[in-house]
Design a protein around this ligand. Structure first.
Ligand code: ZN
Length: 401
């Protein structure tokens, strides 16, 4: 590490102060210049100068006046929502889910396109470019106002280089997205694991808003996880951590899609749940039963209503598997909150009873005390894309250092 002190240039100092103000306005809006002086420690003259510049740059806007107890009325500031826009997309097996967000992170336009991405890495960049161009045209946002593209993809991602290293769901191996998309679209491109993107959404706009530390577990086509620790996404040393679905659940167990044996995902995913059913029931089900977009749990719920006891047992057993996995997470992270979701509006709650029992049995000591468990059945596809858009917003509002 280089400890040589470098004098900070005036320009850099000004940029950092301006960035601090922008973030304070973002976090505390609507806020007056006097309040900004109190929390920033900058002089009022500096704040007046910088906020005037931010207003001229169309990044900040006055939205009213504070209630006054005498003297001059204080103008209230917030981020100008139309100062810029970002695009977020989520890449799924057979869909590209896209959203255009303003600087407040609100979705101003959304579009879901049916495309074949699974087994089709060769056409991925072309399909994404087409989809993004359509989002720009249909949202009617001038191209020069687009600040960048955030792109969520399942599996292991090299976020620095923008490469999808392994996606078993898409059957992609080492697919370069960041560089070619940046060249073709002419805007900054950020690529990350899709569950990390959803965690960005939860942290900024969803259930994670009020938590500094939380875990997000998504179960459906695969079993995903993201960890937010001290308000920041935890990525591991190489930016590729948190593969909850591929921790070993049974070393002699089922073969997983990743090629290893006994991964938790081989038990808690649509495929895994069907496999559990088929191990219990005399007549097997086929995974293609889910082609209608139903989740395995939703499908088993319909069978439970028809009196299928194997379906009931499968749901209970899946809950116990998930409970053991979740107890491990609590023992490792001691989180304040865990959000569990199917991610696309399907039910997770039928698993909760048996999951909860097993968690209580396997959580070490007092680590589970005060744990808040949120089972979110209302996550939509657009939330994943909105989270991908948050990658661009995070970069836009990040410190110049
Ligand atoms: Zn695996």
């Amino acid at each position: 590490m280089d400890y040589t002190a470098q004098p900070m240039g005036r320009k850099m100092m000004r940029e950092m102060n301006q960035n601090m103000l922008l973030n304070l306005i973002r976090a505390h809006a609507p806020i007056s210049r006097t309040q900004l002086k109190k929390i920033s420690g900058l002089s009022l003259a500096t704040i007046v100068g910088m906020t005037t510049s931010l207003i001229e740059q169309q990044l900040v806007v006055e939205v009213g006046v504070a209630r006054s107890t005498g003297g001059r009325k204080a103008g209230l500031l917030e981020i100008y929502p139309h100062g810029g826009y970002v695009i977020g997309i989520d890449l799924r097996d057979y869909q590209i889910v896209g959203a255009v967000l303003n600087l407040h992170g609100r979705v101003i336009y959304e579009e879901i396109r049916s495309v074949v991405l699974r087994d089709n890495a060769a056409s991925a960049v072309d399909l994404i470019v087409e989809s993004v161009e359509a989002l720009i045209i249909h949202s009617r946002v001038p191209r020069e106002k687009m600040l960048g593209l955030g792109c969520g993809v399942s599996g292991v991602v090299d976020t620095q280089e923008g490469i999808s290293l392994e996606s078993w769901i898409l059957n992609w191996h080492c697919v370069e997205l960041g560089r070619p998309l940046k060249e073709r679209l002419g805007m900054p491109v950020f690529v990350d694991n899709a569950v990390n993107c959803l965690a960005c959404y939860e942290k900024s706009y969803g259930n994670g808003r009020t938590y500094h530390d939380f875990l997000l577990v998504t179960l459906g086509r695969g079993l995903g996880m993201a960890a937010v620790i001290k308000d920041v996404l935890y990525r591991g040393a190489q930016g590729r951590g948190c593969e909850f679905g591929h921790i070993t659940f049974d070393m002699n167990g089922r073969r997983c899609e990743c090629g290893k044996q006994g991964c938790l995902e081989a038990y808690i995913s649509d495929h895994g749940i069907f496999r559990t059913y088929n191990e219990l029931a005399p007549s097997p089900l086929e995974i293609k039963t889910l082609d209608s977009g139903m989740s395995a749990i939703d499908y088993l719920l319909t069978r439970i209503q028809e009196g299928d006891r194997y379906a009931r047992e499968t749901v209970a057993l899946t809950g116990t598997y998930l409970g053991v996995g979740m107890a491990t997470l609590v023992n490792l992270f001691n989180p304040t909150c865990i959000i569990v979701t199917n991610g696309v509006g399907h039910h997770v709650d039928p698993l909760v009873e048996s999951m909860d029992t097993l968690m209580k049995q396997h959580i070490f000591s007092v680590l589970g005390n005060n744990l808040r468990l949120i089972v979110e059945d209302n996550t939509t596809l657009i939330n994943w894309a909105r989270g991908a858009g948050c990658l661009v917003l995070q970069d836009f509002f990040s410190s110049p250092l």
